[in-house]
Each structure stands twice: as structure tokens, then as C-alpha cells.
Design a protein around this ligand. Structure first.
Ligand SMILES: *Cc1c(COP(=O)(O)O)cnc(C)c1O
Length: 370
């Protein structure tokens, strides 16, 4: 059994993908080929945003967004501690300070009540992450942000296609970032990402920054990066976007089977009634996590832990005393407990009910062993 089955997905769409890639190879328009612009139009329409700007990775999408928002050294940005490193790394790369908030125990997303307690006169924005495919509590976060004049920048790297109150993740905030890393909900065949925004000025800045800050050829208005998406990746994504909704439907069916068969054995992830998850991960919790992972491994069922350590516990973000020793990390008890109890099960659109029954059966036997 595969954790995420990219081989089956390629086999299912092989002719279309091979043709799309060969067309780019034959055209030799590897950088800024017409497929890139076409994809951007399709992405903007799919999400219902004004501007979709593709780029070299999800990490660069966050970086481009923060540069366009004009993040300054020493600015503070509030982020959930339970996320992938990029959410905080990009802030720190620009000289800013990521400030870590604890999460909600049910959704694993940032706790809006924590945000308010972390705001200082240096705070400029909030990056909520829509973790494992389920949107964060955007309305509550926007309310705090409005009260304090902060921007909100959704990290939708794991939630492309998810919905919050009938709107798509990526289109919930003034600006959002996503990743097209192969294993993400919409993945390409290498690195890729995109920034989405309603704001024309931000879109113009991002367009410039991702191409070295260039205004016209060899005329540089500001300092930028090489942050473009390759044409080959855009061609692959155009094919995958066409099949995206049908694959999501199947993943939602798989999640339904898991919820039914695992109930009472481990705690299954709740999806709030106003949300639709894209199931980037199917993450369950158990006090017997390590034991169950071992039992599943013995039966060739792959699992993974997202995340064994939260960001506030990482040395890269720990404060140091004047003698250089690391100070103890602040306390985020909900995230720390999640790190000890969570693990993710195989989740993709090629799983059949019999596969889910097999996983549930192994988990059931495993929970009774201890
Ligand atoms: C994957 C991921 C990123 C980074 O995306 P890359 O394309 O790998 O650079 C950022 N944030 C979150 C929450 C992610 O899961």
C-alpha cells in the first residue's frame, strides 16, 4: 500500500501528461511558456481570486508574499507552531520574527484566542495554516486582525481546493500561498507553488519580485529572486487540475470509510460543519501511537508523523541567553501533545474500501495488544 500513490495517478493520466510534457519539450519554451499564463488563469478561475501567480515552490510563494507585503526586519508575524518549517522560516529569512501560537486540539489549526495574547506593537500580520487539508478559523482570525490593523496571509500549502463557508482555501484572505510539491493535494513533478491575491498592487509586486525585481528587460525596480514556475510543471499541473475535483471526491469517500471503521479505536479527525477538507493527510491520534505505527509497519502499511516536533521547540527558533546557551522554549501544550499522539495514514484517491478495511483491522488488533 502506498502512503500517497503518485504512480497510480500517473498511470491514470499518462497519455495526457506525456503529451502535455512533450509539447513543452518540442517548443523549447521552458521558461515563461504559454502554459504558465494559461495555468494562472485556470487557477484564478478555479479559486475565484483575481490573481494567481505561480512560482518555484510553496516556500517561495510565502517568501514572495512576505516581500510584497513589505515585511521589515524585527517585524513580528504570528504563526501556528504546529506546521511545516517554511511558514516561519521565510519570516526569519527576511529578518522578521515568527511568534508561535498554540493550536486547537480538534482541527490542529491555530487557536484564534491565542493570537490576541501574542500581539505586540511590532506585530504586522498573521499566517494561519490550513493544516492537513482543513481551513483554519479564518473569520475569527480576521476579526482579531481587523481590531489590530494586521494583514492575514493564509498558508494554503496543504489545502488547495478545500472549502470554508462555501469559499475555496486560497481565496479566503487578501493574499494566500500554496505548494505544488508532488505529494500536496495538487502536485506537480518537481517543485512549484503559487500566490493568490485579490490585490492588484500586491500582484504586480509579486510578478516583479519573482523575476529578479525586473520591470523591463535589464531594468530592475527592486531586489527580487528567481522564483518562476517551469513551463513543464505548468503543463503537468494543467492536466492534474482537470482531474482534481474527481480525485478529491474519491478522497472524501476514503475519509468517510476511515471515520466509520476507526471510530472508537483512535481519535479520527473531525471536519467542522462549515469546512470541506481536501485530506492532504488523514491524521489520527492515539496514546499508543508508537506501538500502532510499528504494528502497521509490520503489515507494510506506511504511516508518517506530522510533526514530531513543533516549531517553537526547534533550535533554529529558540532564543539564546547572553552566554549563547539556548533558553527553554515557550510552552504550547496542545501542540506538544499532538506531536506525541498524532500519526497519518495512507490517503489518496486510489484507495479502495478493502484497503481501508485492512488498515482498520490491523489497527483494531494492535489496540487490543496493549
Ligand atoms: C509543504 C508546505 C510548505 C512549503 O512548500 P514547498 O513547496 O515544499 O516549498 C509550506 N507550508 C506548509 C504548511 C507546507 O505543508
Amino acid at each position: 500500500m502506498q502512503f500517497i500513490d503518485l504512480k497510480a495517478q500517473y498511470a491514470a493520466h499518462k497519455t495526457e501528461i506525456d503529451n502535455a510534457v512533450s509539447d513543452v519539450l518540442a517548443s523549447t519554451r521552458f521558461i515563461n511558456g504559454p502554459e504558465v499564463k494559461e495555468l494562472e488563469e485556470q487557477l484564478a478561475e478555479y479559486l475565484g481570486v483575481s490573481h494567481a501567480l505561480t512560482c518555484s515552490s510553496g516556500t517561495d510563494a510565502l517568501l514572495l508574499g512576505l516581500m510584497a507585503l513589505d515585511l521589515q526586519p524585527k517585524d513580528e508575524v504570528i504563526v501556528p507552531t504546529y506546521t511545516f518549517i517554511s511558514t516561519a522560516e521565510t519570516i526569519a529569512l527576511l529578518g522578521g520574527t515568527p511568534v508561535f501560537a498554540d493550536i486547537k486540539a480538534d482541527t490542529f489549526n491555530i487557536d484564534p484566542e491565542q493570537i490576541e495574547t501574542l500581539i505586540t506593537d511590532r506585530t504586522v500580520g498573521i499566517i494561519p495554516v490550513s493544516l492537513f487539508g482543513q481551513p483554519a478559523d479564518i473569520d475569527s482570525i480576521e476579526q482579531v486582525a481587523t481590531r489590530h490593523g494586521l494583514w492575514v496571509f493564509e498558508d494554503a500549502a496543504q489545502s488547495f481546493g478545500a472549502e470554508y463557508k462555501g469559499k475555496k482555501s486560497g481565496a479566503l484572505t487578501k493574499i494566500a500561498a500554496t505548494s505544488f510539491f508532488p505529494a500536496k493535494p495538487l502536485g506537480c513533478y518537481g517543485d512549484g507553488g503559487a500566490v493568490f491575491t485579490y490585490d492588484k498592487e500586491l500582484a504586480e509586486r509579486i510578478t516583479m519580485i519573482r523575476n529578479h525585481g525586473q520591470r523591463k528587460k535589464y531594468d530592475y525596480a527592486r531586489v527580487g529572486i528567481n522564483g518562476r514556475l517551469d513551463t513543464v510543471q505548468a503543463a503537468v499541473l494543467q492536466v492534474k487540475l482537470r482531474h482534481f475535483d474527481e480525485e478529491m471526491e474519491q478522497k472524501r469517500r476514503v475519509a468517510g470509510w476511515y471515520a466509520e471503521l476507526l471510530d472508537g479505536l483512535v481519535s479520527v479527525p473531525p471536519v467542522l460543519s462549515h469546512n470541506k477538507s481536501v485530506w492532504a493527510q488523514y491524521t489520527v491520534r492515539s496514546k499508543q501511537r508508537d506501538h500502532l505505527q510499528q504494528v502497521l509497519k509490520e503489515r507494510d502499511i506506511p504511516t508518517a508523523v506530522y510533526y514530531p516536533k513543533s516549531l517553537h521547540e526547534q533550535d533554529a527558533f529558540r532564543s539564546t541567553a547572553s552566554d549563547g546557551t539556548l533558553l527553554p522554549p515557550p510552552s504550547c501544550p496542545v501542540a506538544e501533545q499532538a506531536s506525541r499522539e498524532c500519526f497519518s495514514l495512507p490517503m489518496h484517491s486510489f484507495l479502495q474500501k478493502a484497503d481501508v478495511e485492512y488498515v482498520a483491522d490491523v489497527i483494531q488488533k494492535g489496540t487490543h495488544e496493549q
